[in-house]
Design a protein around this ligand. Structure first.
Ligand code: FPP
Length: 242
């Protein structure tokens, strides 16, 4: 069976999960953190090489202050409780996004977690926090423009590879499988550049209810897809298997 090497997930539906139970939205986010644990463990045990989770978008800063506060508290708690366990399990942790917007205590814990786990290779876990796909492209563009201004790069030398090298996740192969829970069928400014040839899979399941069975369904569906990368099916048959 063809296994995706890299899975990217929009974890949507925490708020609705809580509201359906008459509970505050923050309770949904807490239940969502449990589903994160389950998902990371599944990927680690089943040979998935990279997992990228959309935890907080650059637009989520605009949510009501109490919800943003509850999410920040949850992130801090998870960073304090889970990082040592992840390190023991060989997980390399990275954060992508505009971390300058987070409070110092969160930024410091992110840096510590990255430094502690930098040498691990069992699963590359990337957490997108204060992340936006357009922002990612804008930051890459700015970095290239700075190199041009400094005389280190000629505009005519800028190509797709050079842009890709300046994007988040530059050292990880692009996601093979994108999953979105919560019933909406959109990409919502997640990894816009990196998802160009990713297989998309959507489910109505709300993120706190996401478990191994749902993930396995997505992986099974992925295995049956024909990825052509712009070529014809006949051309693919002529190519030696990768
Ligand atoms: C989207 O659901 C979810 C979020 C904005 C937060 C995601 C955070 C977690 C799963 C918690 C822990 C994460 C990590 C990485 C430790 P929503 O609130 O938009 O749900 P709704 O569409 O039902 O309102």
């Amino acid at each position: 069976m063809t296994l995706p090497k890299h899975i990217a997930i929009i974890m949507d539906g925490n708020g609705r999960w809580a509201e359906r139970r008459g509970r505050p939205r923050a309770i949904g986010h807490r239940a969502g953190a449990k589903a994160v644990e389950t998902t990371v463990a599944f990927c680690r045990r089943n040979g998935i090489e990279a997992l990228t989770l959309f935890a907080f978008s650059s637009e989520n800063w605009g949510r009501p202050q109490d919800e943003v506060g509850a999410l920040m508290k949850l992130f801090l708690g998870v960073l304090d409780k889970e990082v040592a366990k992840m390190h023991q399990h060989g997980v390399r942790l990275r954060f992508i996004g505009d971390r300058a917007r987070f409070a110092r205590e969160i930024r410091e814990r992110m840096e510590k977690a990255e430094a502690l786990t930098a040498g691990n290779d069992r699963l590359h876990l990337n957490i997108a926090a204060s992340y936006g796909g357009r922002q990612d492209i804008a930051f890459a563009t700015r970095a290239l423009a700075e190199d041009v201004a400094a005389g280190k790069l000629k505009p005519q030398d800028i190509d797709e590879d050079l842009v890709a090298q300046r994007m988040a996740l530059a050292d990880v192969p692009a996601p093979d499988l994108f999953i979105r829970t919560g019933g909406d069928h959109r990409v919502s400014n997640f990894l816009l550049w990196q998802l160009a040839y990713t297989e998309l899979w959507f489910t109505d399941v709300l993120w706190p209810d996401f478990d191994e069975k749902v993930l396995q369904r997505a992986i099974d569906d992925f295995a049956g897809r024909e990825r052509r990368f712009g070529l014809t099916a006949a051309q693919l048959k002529e190519q030696p298997a990768a």
